[in-house]
Design a protein around this ligand. Structure first.
Ligand code: PM9
Length: 461
């Protein structure tokens, strides 16, 4: 090693097409965020400089995927792209049957409607917004069975996504196995900070649920990222490939919902994958009511082809190392200047801890929503609130949920931004952190009924 401390890696791709970005003034951004009701979802994309709202559908496709788009078979029935996708889902995820859907929530809708009866309980390793809503709309009640460490932004547990087996067992004892159609296991856990679940834990969950005849439905949206953490943190897997780990992980579940807009490197697409023939037959029938024929499920043939090809690229070792390496890079920078973030850093995003960033703003004045707006005002970077606004209200009492984690998510799309964008991001967070004492909270002035974080509006206190 020379004078430099380490050998760097660079993004394992070069740039072939560019999309110019607009740089705005502070005055323009102040106006834009006010007009957007201090909700970053309501900003116009052209007013955003670095867009870290989400990694969903915002990925850069490869030349190989774009070439596949030209091979779209747009037949109404039996598109060859469907069969290619089906083959790859079987090859990499291992499930027998495939029902394509327009995106992840399309699959969540179908599986919730099929398996949940009114009065049922659905345990899960922390809630996800759309997943829980579909469970509730089907008459179920979500029960959080994630380990306590997941709710603690400072815990350094390597697998904060793990299911707490005792919590699961006591739920089974309390309500009876007949009232639990399945456990929803997410890998990684988005709302906990992109935290992984270990292979050991999913194996234990399988053993426990098998005794009680309870299914496991995996949210495989970021299961490739989860496989990377298993490889780097679970000793017996360090020599296995990402593809091998992914397949073994999925083998402990009965089916999966998938938002292809994340791991699978596409702009649109999803699926429901199943092993049980009877459930598959029903899902295949239901998809024609809500999404489209069972060989396209709301997608164009070209979108299925891009997803089939993205699936192969997603498990490349260089890709996944650089993808998560980028998040780690930003995490290290922020930690080195003392900014409070969720640790360990997760797979798809850095999560700023708004409770510690803005301790003078009470949760009911929406500190994370406030912080996301301030970041936009400072530099034009767009982040997302993941705190009290996202958590919504209890369907029983109508009160706000007050989640322990009040976070702002800086989400990195795959293959889109360079290390220089990462540096600019860290510098902007630092600038806002230096002025944190001057920041005041928000009040909510408009609240939609469902998934309020998307469309709620706020004003400055
Ligand atoms: N996740 C995200 O930005 C996009 C919507 S924001 C609510 O993180 C998981 C773990 C997700 C997810 C979407 C979905 C739904 C299911 N599970 O957006 O419908 O992170 O494709 O997927 C978003 P769709």
């Amino acid at each position: 090693m020379g004078k430099l401390e380490r050998r760097s890696w660079a993004e394992p791709f070069k740039i072939k097409v560019v999309e110019p970005l607009k740089i705005t003034t502070r005055e323009e951004r102040l106006k834009a965020i006010r007009e957007a009701g201090y909700n970053t979802f309501l900003l116009k994309s052209e007013d955003v400089y670095i867009d870290l709202l989400t990694d969903s559908g915002t990925n850069a496709m490869s030349d190989n995927q774009w070439a596949g788009m030209m091979l779209g078979d747009e037949a109404y029935a039996g598109s060859k792209n469907f069969y290619h996708l089906e083959e790859n889902v079987h090859k990499y995820y291992g499930y027998k049957y495939l029902v394509p859907t327009h995106q992840g929530r399309g699959a969540e809708h179908i599986i919730s409607k099929l398996l949940i009866k009114p009065g049922d309980f659905v345990p899960g390793n922390m809630y996800f917004t759309t997943t829980r809503l579909h469970q509730e709309l089907a008459g179920g009640t979500f029960v959080d069975v994630i380990i306590d460490e997941a709710h603690d932004s400072q815990s350094l547990h390597p697998f904060k996504g793990n299911v707490d087996l005792q919590k699961l067992e006591s739920l089974i004892k309390k309500v009876g196995e007949k009232k639990i159609p399945y456990i929803a296991v997410a890998a990684t856990v988005n709302m906990a900070g992109g935290q992984p679940i270990s292979m050991e834990n999913i194996r234990q969950v399988r053993a426990l649920t098998a005794k009680h005849n309870i299914k496991i439905i995996l949210d495989a949206t970021r299961a490739v990222e989860n496989a990377y953490f298993i490889k780097t943190r679970e000793k017996e897997y360090e020599k296995k490939s990402i593809a091998e780990i992914l397949k073994e992980f999925c083998s402990y579940s009965d089916g999966a919902t998938m938002s292809g807009k994340k791991d699978l490197l596409v702009n649109i697409g999803g699926f429901l994958a199943l092993n049980d023939n009877d459930v598959f037959e029903e899902a295949r029938n239901m998809v024609v009511v809500y999404e489209g024929l069972h060989t396209y499920g709301g997608l164009a043939g070209r979108d299925m082809e891009a997803m089939a090809r993205g699936l192969e690229e997603a498990v490349h070792e260089d890709h996944i190392r650089a993808r998560i390496g980028q998040i780690e890079y930003v995490g290290e920078k922020l930690l080195s200047i003392g900014v409070p973030i969720v640790q360990p850093v997760g797979g798809h995003a850095i999560f700023l801890d708004a409770k510690r960033f803005l301790p003078h703003i009470p949760q009911i004045q929406f500190p994370a929503q406030t912080l996301a707006a301030e970041l936009y005002i400072d530099s034009g970077i767009r982040a997302m609130e993941r705190g009290i606004v996202s958590a919504g209200r209890s369907k029983e009492t109508g009160d706000h949920y007050y989640p322990k984690l009040e976070l702002v998510r800086l989400t990195f799309p795959r293959r889109v931004y360079t290390q220089a964008h990462c540096d600019v991001t860290a510098e902007s967070v630092e600038a806002v952190y230096e002025l944190r004492n001057k920041i005041t909270g928000l009040k909510m002035v408009y609240e939609p009924k469902y998934l309020r974080f998307f469309q709620a509006r706020f004003e400055k206190m």
